[in-house]
Design a protein around this ligand. Sequence first.
Ligand code: HEM
Length: 907
Amino acid sequence: MGSAASSLKAAAASASDQELTDALAQLDPADLAKLKTALGINVVVVGWGPVGHAVVTKLLAKSAAMKITVITEESYPAYNRVKLSSFFEHRDPNKLALSSAEWCRENGVELVFGRASKVDRAAKTVDVDCGGETKTVSYDELVLATGSKAWLPPVPGLSLEVAGVFVYRTISDIFQITERAKFSKKAVVIGGGLLGLEAAKAAYDLGLETTILEVAPHLMPVQLDLDAGKILQSKIEALGLKVKTGVKVLGVETGSDGLTGVKIEAEGQEETLEATLLIVGAGVRPRQELAEMSGLELGGRGGIKVDHRMRSATDEHVWAVGEIASFNGGMCYQLSAPGYTQAEILADHMTNPKAESKFADADLSTKLKLLGVDVASFGGSSDFWFKRQYSSSGEEIMSKVSKDEAAGVYKKLVFTPDGTKLLGGILVGDISAFAPLTAVSKRSDLGGVSPDELMAGQMPKVDDGGDGTNLGDDDHVCNCHSVPKKVIRDAIMKGAHTFEEIKKCTKAGTGCGTCIRNGPQPKLLAHTLNAKGVEAGVCKSLPFTHDDIEDLAKARQLKSYDELVSHLGYPSAAAESDKTALGGLLDRIGGKPKGEGLDHLGQLKALKEDLWKFVDKMNCNPILVRLAWHDAGTYDKSKTAFGERGGANGSIRFSPEISMGANNGLDKGVKYLEPFKADYPLVSYADLYQMAAAVSIEHAGGPKIDMKYGRKDASGPDDCPGRQSRGTADNAGLPDAEPGPDGAFGCGAKDAATHLRNIFYRMGFDDKGIVALSGAHTIGRAFKERSGTVKEGYGESSACPYTRSMPKGCPIRNDGGYGVGMPGGKSWTTKWLKFDNEYFQPSVYEEKDKDLLWLSSDRCLHQDEGFKQYFMLYKDDQAAFFRDFAEAYKQLSEQGAEFEPEAGLTL
Ligand code: HEM
């Protein structure tokens, strides 16, 4: 242990908390971990979901004298399951991540990857199955945060063993669903509750014809009444999904490729729905195997029985939180908000035996955007749901309802029979009043307004300090994490000036995100910054980034400056100059494309500037290069007809081409570029893809390519090359990195050099072109989820040292900065965002560094005599590589294309 640790020990007796914190901050992570073990208790947390992670952060915040170990069986860091379906918008597990392996290292938290298989309470140890090898971890205190598992209803033949049948719970479920979707047209989802509707969104986003089956008479039976459920149904049906309620699932039908259909009974009739993909989202059950094996007392409906401190009823050194915890032997709560509260209470008691906090009642309020429809159900206590006050009638309650079926808006407020207290309510379509109404439901009266006035949108006047939120200091802004307004305001006053910074300090907004998207956070931030006199963001009245304003405007459908300020901002005196500062943004949110008013050439030039800024921010250069190359690499010089001959014509955006195995992952590149097409409609997709690649290469430090534009677009799937149309296996003639299990490449060749020649000669390249173009692998990475050529995949925990988010001492961009983009995968070079000739260096091709990638198709380039001369030339002469690459890339980007005007446009 370093000298800093020894001096800390000596000083510890008399040091203040601040001094201790400062001293700890000087230690390196390894020393910190040792010191914590020496000083304090050894806590083991089983499960690294959002609640398990919350336990870790809360324990760390409350005590330094603790060694924490987390056992996790998922290869991704703790992530936000609530947002699982948003995965299809970005396909990036890191956007869901709540933590990272790096964060754990920096905070002295040890991660053990594997499945906890046994708890020995007498010896205080946990056995972890780490892929065949068993590791035994000791604890002083054990926290079980194992969450839930998906429940499969007892339907004949329904089993996860059937190909095409999935549950919907983890990122890996999503990957498997995505794979099956490539060969499916129709999907069925069992379950019309929260989980089922999220799963249906996934199937819908994958472009499948989707039918939702719900056994109850309406959707979301746990949160909504019949009327609200029906309105939600009609909105979902309007999107093109089918919904069947009151359905009995009788069985599944299978054929040689797995699922073929789902047999149901609806309205007394039996029928079979054709489907090759079935997602079961019909509920969850606590994952209690470990608890059962170790003899812990369970609750009446499962889960580990815990007291108000979250301590198990059986063993004072075993605790449970989240979906596995059965408070006083009752219900296990399957929402994240109660789990976060429990984590806080557990941390209180574990770090302070005199703590007085108690877990009593859970707030089961939910607000979500389901398939584009805003839905909320809120209550002052859990009775609202458990006693089904939301659908009671008669003398027990007074309820008021307004509905506009055409607009899809429903509002129901439920009061005590005398109308003096709001018990809860349901909102569909418009949930903007969720935060203030939830706050009213938690108070003892209506604050001077009548039930009718509350229905009409009039809120009791609350002293909000003039920030326009109409929330008191103790009212919650973020319900997921129970964060009161005053905590967020204090964080802003102490320097958290953006939503991201507020998230980091308070967690507010890291759950469902509605308190930002549709709730009071923007106003609170704008007003507090103005009160503090801080100039942040775009302008005084809307102190957020352009991107934030655009996202919020979209979410709330705001079109004008006045609407923006009244919903999000602070009515600043400097309104006119603010409008100027917002510049093109107002046009854009008003629906005007950025390129409006520019001619074709003008749009190409403006697009180039925008693409440069985009890659500079996103560090997504490699995927854009791979996208353009795969669009163009289908070219077959023996074919003449446009489309059929392949080449740079934008056809990669269409299925079936985009769903070919060789193009795995490139849908992300297509999605990245889609907004640019909307902004510059005169530019073709084919030009957009090729320009994005040329910009990416130049931005990364590579050669400027003499590009010409004006390419014509393929007009539809009919213009896509057939999978086997080039006489090669299944990839429309794109090259293979490795031979198949039979030892042959897709073209039949037995060696990589012959294979590359078969593929590239077909496009009109020679050996020099093949070697030069292959040098593009000087940037980029391979992923197990895409090509499957490596074991490294998405996210930090699956990365290698060169592809983690902050590879220390390894500046990877051309400008020497970090900027890893999405961490993960395995790269060919150490500086894989820098376009140089590192790919040709012995440090790479000699394959001594096991953290670098080298495929058979790379290896043949320095082993085959014909290729070797160029490979060695480029090793010694970067300028020669750049010259030959630029020439070959120009050829690649033009072949198969048809230009209008014929000579093309140059910028
Ligand atoms: C010579 C035959 C080639 C083979 C067998 C090949 C194979 C591969 C493979 C397996 C990957 C990993 C994909 C993944 O898992 O995400 C990859 C990535 C990549 N390829 Fe190639 N490739 C070849 C030629 C080229 C050419 C000609 C270019 C461009 C001119 C290129 C540019 C790239 C780039 C930039 C990436 C990284 C993408 C990223 O990081 O997202 N490749 N290639």
